[in-house]
Design a protein around this ligand. Structure first.
Ligand SMILES: [Zn+2]
Length: 566
């Protein structure tokens, strides 16, 4: 027993921790070297530099336990990064991930974490063990032998010298190499700082956007009743829509509707809600997002400034960011989840009916922000609405894919019945009416060997970008403006960008003109023009879609769906 204790205390000594702690810290660097397509010398530097610094840091004092405890922020960063590698299989912690923590409601966050239990236990276990080890050694004032400390410092110097050589090679041979962008954890610290800056800019939004005016003009006569509804979908994907080619009957209502135009080739330019929805709801494009979003108001203001009665009905939680700010622009705003009860999207129909009924201006614009097909899928529709079964997966796991797909298809069916009810409500109002629906982004559901799940990953996939989009026009609108419907149909075969086109198309459906409108983005215009495919990156840069990190699976799927990647 004494012998065992002696072996154990030697094994768990400060001398061992001195070497183990740097190894634990560079685990994410090794992971990133495997998952990322860095040039060879960047990969070498990505290990040598942090390894040298970590070893030198750990060897600064003989009290290794104390060093490990004080270096807790490094441990946390490494653990967080390893969790993300488990989750997405690639990429450093993105700016958007830090922002998602601020803008995602608690239940969404815990849904995500619930599925990561295995990864979290594995990773936290690894890092927590090291931390506890450090605490115990510090409390016992355990010291590293002077000779061991000297070897560690010399090894660190060797690593840093080799890192310096790799650094010089990177500087001279790797185009656009930047230490703070390419080396973990410098790049993640930089992303954290960017997130702080964006949060500050977002907090100042009320002042920076106060003076913005769309200077709109309403061109339709006041004598005719007008009701226009923009339904912002959440996490739905075109492939699962019967109207867009799914072999499953997921659109039993809409497939019987007339006056409907669908857009099979629509891609979003962002896979995150907090960027995709502002792009859809404002004249800002991926190219101008970073410079203009903080000083812009939304389409709600464009309608309001044109004399429309405006309303925002949401089944999402308040997000303390642009989407909530846009909602505040409306004459009336209702977050049905403010009562802290779970709601289905169809709970938005009755408030919509009441608003239409109570409207005395004759000119009404309503945004419905739905919860669509956001995970957990089975929570988005009542059990009796489940058309495809079984739909209750035991775990978020590739082996349960068919069950998850059943549940996801049920959310599409439920959105189908919601849109049918919304269209019916607008139809009954008479006069000129239109409903435009589009999902903010799609979703991964273990669709290929990458095993990806959910959305908002640092690098997008085909499944996160191909979104369902459709327009319905009332008989009155078709009769009054036949060219709108004819052009909408003619443009349905075009390569559409939901992020760029919804603002202009919605204004045009309502006959609004503004100096900010661009008919080349208007799907109801004969001047509609296809644009090159772009993607808004984590650093708010608009890059060609081909440079957004898509893999061959994605390009294959785009080609199969006749969607241009250029
Ligand atoms: Zn979303």
């Amino acid at each position: 027993m004494r012998r065992f204790k002696s072996i154990l205390s030697r094994f768990l000594s400060a001398d061992v921790l001195l070497w183990v702690y740097p190894l634990v810290l560079i685990a994410p660097n090794i992971g990133l070297d495997i998952t990322e397509t860095y040039p060879l010398f960047v990969k070498i530097l990505n290990v040598l530099l942090p390894a040298g610094v970590y070893l030198l840091l750990t060897a600064l004092s003989p009290l290794t336990g104390r060093t490990v405890v004080l270096a807790l922020p490094l441990t946390v960063l490494a653990a967080f990064q390893v969790v993300l590698l488990f989750l997405y299989g690639e990429s450093i912690i993105a700016v958007d991930m830090f922002l998602n923590v601020v803008t995602t409601n608690v239940s969404e966050a815990t849904e995500l974490l619930g599925n990561l239990t295995g990864a979290i236990f594995t990773v936290i276990g690894l890092y927590l063990t090291t931390l506890v080890w450090g605490i115990v050694l510090w409390s016992r004032r355990c010291r590293v032998a002077a000779s061991n400390l000297k070897v560690a410092r010399r090894s660190a110097s060797g690593l840093l010298t080799a890192a310096l050589v790799a650094y010089v090679v990177c500087l001279t041979a790797v185009p656009q190499f930047r230490l703070v962008r390419d080396i973990f954890p410098l790049n993640v610290v930089r992303n954290m700082w960017t997130a702080v800056e964006r949060t500050r800019a977002t907090e100042a939004y009320a002042e920076t956007s106060a003076a913005f005016d769309y200077h709109p003009t309403a061109t339709r006569p006041d004598s005719v009743r007008q009701v226009y509804v923009l339904v912002v979908g959440e996490t739905s994907r075109a492939d699962n829509w019967q109207l867009l080619g799914s072999p499953r009957p997921t659109n039993p209502h809409l497939s019987r509707r007339s006056n409907l135009v669908v857009y099979p080739y629509a891609l979003t330019e962002s896979n995150t809600t907090h960027k995709s929805v502002p792009l859809m709801l404002s004249h800002v494009t991926a190219e101008t997002f970073n410079d203009s979003i903080y000083s812009t108001k939304s389409i709600v203001s464009a309608f309001g400034q044109a004399g429309f009665n405006t309303a925002w009905l949401s089944n999402q939680a308040r997000n303390r960011s642009f989407i909530e700010f846009f909602a505040r622009e409306a004459d009336s705003t209702l977050y049905i989840s403010d009562d802290r009860r779970a709601h289905y999207d169809t709970d938005l129909v009755e408030p919509l009916r009441r608003i239409i009924e109570a409207d005395t201006t004759g000119r009404l614009f309503v945004v419905l922000h739905t919860y669509g097909g956001h995970f957990n899928y089975v929570d988005r529709y009542p059990a009796e609405a489940a058309r495809f079964k079984p739909d209750h997966a035991f775990a978020a796991d590739a082996s349960e894919r068919n069950i998850l797909l059943n549940a996801f298809d049920n959310t599409v069916c439920f959105t189908d019945s919601l849109l049918d009810a919304v269209i019916g409500t607008v139809e009954r109002a008479g006069g000129l009416g239109a409903v435009l629906y589009c999902s903010d982004h799609g979703e991964d559901i273990y669709d290929d060997p990458r095993g990806r799940f959910l959305h908002a990953s640092p690098v997008p996939t085909y499944y996160q970008l191909h979104v369902p989009m459709l327009i319905w026009m009332s008989d009155g609108l078709r009769a009054s403006c036949p060219e709108l419907y004819a052009n909408a149909q003619r443009n349905s075969g075009k390569q559409v960008s939901s992020s760029r086109d919804i603002f202009d198309t919605m204004l045009s459906l309502a006959g609004l003109e503004t100096p900010y409108a661009d008919s080349r983005n208007d799907l109801t215009s004969a001047r509609y023009t296809e644009h090159p495919r772009i993607y808004l990156t984590d650093h708010n840069e608009a890059v060609p879609l081909k440079s957004a990190g898509l893999r061959q699976y994605d390009f294959d799927f785009l080609a199969r769906k006749n969607i241009s990647a250029e």
